[in-house]
Design a protein around this ligand. Structure first.
Ligand SMILES: [Zn+2]
Length: 112
């Protein structure tokens, strides 16, 4: 992890930053991973564009996103395809916002 004060890399279990001496215990509750994806963005993408799998592509769940995209683009042949994809995306969007889905495809926790 990185020190919130000086920005230098420090041990994940560190209590105090070895570079500037500031306490880093409060950091652990917040997600300071610079690569963490936004929960709000992912959730809204799921609710608004879930039928195209956009939120899953954003989180790195490529196969799941592709399944939703195909369901929307090809699934109209059986009429219910896009409806299933829409509801699926909507449910996942809500699960992301409520914290049921809290990690991206790489296992990184989403940030608020
Ligand atoms: Zn520091």
């Amino acid at each position: 992890m990185f020190c919130w004060n000086c920005g230098k890399e420090i041990d994940t279990n560190a209590v105090v930053c070895v570079h500037c001496g500031v306490s880093v215990t409060k950091m652990r509750k917040e997600n300071t991973d610079p690569l963490a994806k936004s929960k709000l963005v992912a959730g809204l993408l799921g609710i608004l564009l879930g039928e195209f799998g956009v939120h899953n592509f954003y989180l790195g769940y490529t196969k799941r996103g592709l399944a939703q995209l195909l369901l929307t683009c090809v699934g109209w042949i059986v009429i219910v395809g896009p409806i299933i994809a829409y509801v699926w995306g909507l449910v996942e969007g809500i699960q992301i916002l409520t914290g049921t889905i809290d990690k991206d495809a790489d296992g990184r926790l989403l940030k608020e």
